[in-house]
Ligand binder design. Structure first.
Ligand code: PGA
Ligand code: ZN
Length: 432
């Protein structure tokens, strides 16, 4: 079915600035619509988010990206068959002509890429996850036994995502509640996560902390005595909510250490400023510090425990910690197949965070995820910190590709729509 019209427009994102929505119209009259998120603690190797600069939206307007979709990109995509996802993505990559989508903007390209997939799935009378399964040669079986991604929920946030909270960015819980056949129940796992989140609110209040939420819908309390203190409160919340830490609910951390990197002028010596503890850490200090956490608390994974280009120390960290927990690369890998290839070769980590806008097309994201799974890596499909939208394509992607987890906050509309979509998919799949 041919694409006859494409239209992009500026919309608002969860941070109150602009983002981009794209609508693709087919000759049958069927439409597909998608919007793109972006992060506030983005890695420097990500696809470029094209902002306008100037004064509109504090410099973060997206009118140039809108124009790029409506003119240049429309010029190479209109008239194409909507089912040719890979060819359409490639046309945009070629038109852009830069390694990081700097000319057209990763935001412009991803908006079209996802809207094309949405339109194709509607045209084929398929759910988006079924359609992504089809085009990725990863058709899934429906039924009671199908394994779906577990929720990975940010419950306390700090770093760049909050003012005055912890040095580290994300404290997460991973509820995994199984039904009587031993299959993960998304609905019950989400409920467990929500109940822990509510229990944590009361515990924070009882300890004199505020419970205002940050970018990702997690609490962002000021005045935490240390970077480790949140774990005690979270463990208490898990128990208060009636769950067993380490059995029903596991923990995960994303300290986002790239954000606390301070290098000397040559950039050769890497040091990390941990203000709460009044200390500067070497990479080895960080590795031992997080090793200490693993000894004490039931973690499934640690993400970005070093900075984005510190390859040698990542390999060392994975050698020391990777047998006990998954070591996840976010800013290190930026959903990029070349960086993933290097990580597989050097054993720099054993899991990858997947964010569609880090690489900028659906086809490249699918390729990265397949490459990760064939190397035995976990894939965790993730929301973005600051500039989220109500688009739920990331959930369909995670289901289609068989990801282990989805990382999303559990309050604020742009987050809960993702869990609501995951629960809807579970109901559809299990009822078939
Ligand atoms: P970001 O942060 O989306 O703001 O970059 C999320 C993360 O680091 O996982
Ligand atoms: Zn991260």
């Amino acid at each position: 079915m041919k694409i006859i019209h494409i239209h992009a427009r500026e919309i608002l994102n969860s941070g109150g600035t602009a983002s981009l929505e794209v609508k693709v119209v087919l000759e049958s009259g069927v439409c597909g619509r998608a919007s793109v998120p972006f992060g506030v603690s983005a890695g420097s190797h990500e696809a470029v988010v094209l902002f306008d600069g100037g004064t509109r939206y504090g410099g973060q307007g997206m009118l140039q990206a809108v124009t790029n979709v409506n003119n240049e990109i429309a010029g190479v995509v209109i008239g194409q068959e909507v089912e040719d996802q890979r060819a359409i993505d490639q046309r945009m990559i070629d038109l852009d002509g830069t390694p990081n989508k700097a000319h057209l903007g990763g935001n412009a390209i991803l908006g079209v890429s996802l809207a094309v997939a949405q339109a194709a799935s509607v045209s084929q009378k398929m759910e988006l996850y079924e359609y992504i399964g089809l085009i990725s040669n990863h058709p899934r079986q429906d039924g009671a036994e199908v394994k779906l991604p577990a929720p990975m929920i940010v419950v306390i946030e700090g770093g760049k995502h909050a003012d005055n909270s912890t040095d580290f960015q994300e404290y997460l819980v991973v509820p995994q509640i199984y039904d009587d056949r031993g299959v993960l129940s998304v609905k019950e796992s989400v409920r467990a996560g929500a109940e822990v989140y509510l229990a944590l609110k009361k515990i924070l209040q009882a300890n004199g902390f505020n419970t205002n939420v940050g970018n990702e819908g997690a609490y962002a309390p000021s005045g935490m005595p240390s970077n480790e203190a949140p774990w005690q409160l979270i463990l208490e919340a898990i128990k208060t909510a009636g769950y067993r830490p380490g059995i029903d609910v596991m923990l995960a951390a994303d300290p986002a250490c790239n954000e606390i990197l301070v290098s000397d002028d040559s950039g050769d010596i890497k040091q990390y400023q941990v203000k709460k503890e009044n200390r500067v850490f070497s990479p080895q200090d960080l590795i031992s510090y997080f090793a200490g956490w693993i000894e004490k608390y039931p973690f499934v994974s640690l993400e970005d425990i070093l900075s984005e280009d510190d390859w040698e120390n990542w390999t060392q960290a994975t050698a020391v910690l990777g047998g006990k927990v998954r070591i996840i690369g976010d800013d290190l890998l930026v959903t990029n197949p070349k960086r993933l290839e290097l990580a597989i070769k050097t054993k720099a980590c054993n899991g990858i965070l997947i964010k569609l806008n880090q690489i900028g097309t659906l086809s490249e994201t699918i390729d990265t995820m397949k490459q990760a799974h064939s190397a035995g890596f976990w894939t965790i499909v993730s929301h973005r910190g600051g500039g989220e939208t109500n688009d739920t394509s990331m959930i369909d992607l995670a289901v289609a590709m068989g990801s282990q987890m989805v990382k999303v906050g559990i309050s604020r509309g742009e987050r809960v729509c993702k869990y609501n979509r995951l629960m809807e998919i579970e109901e559809r799949i299990r009822l078939k």
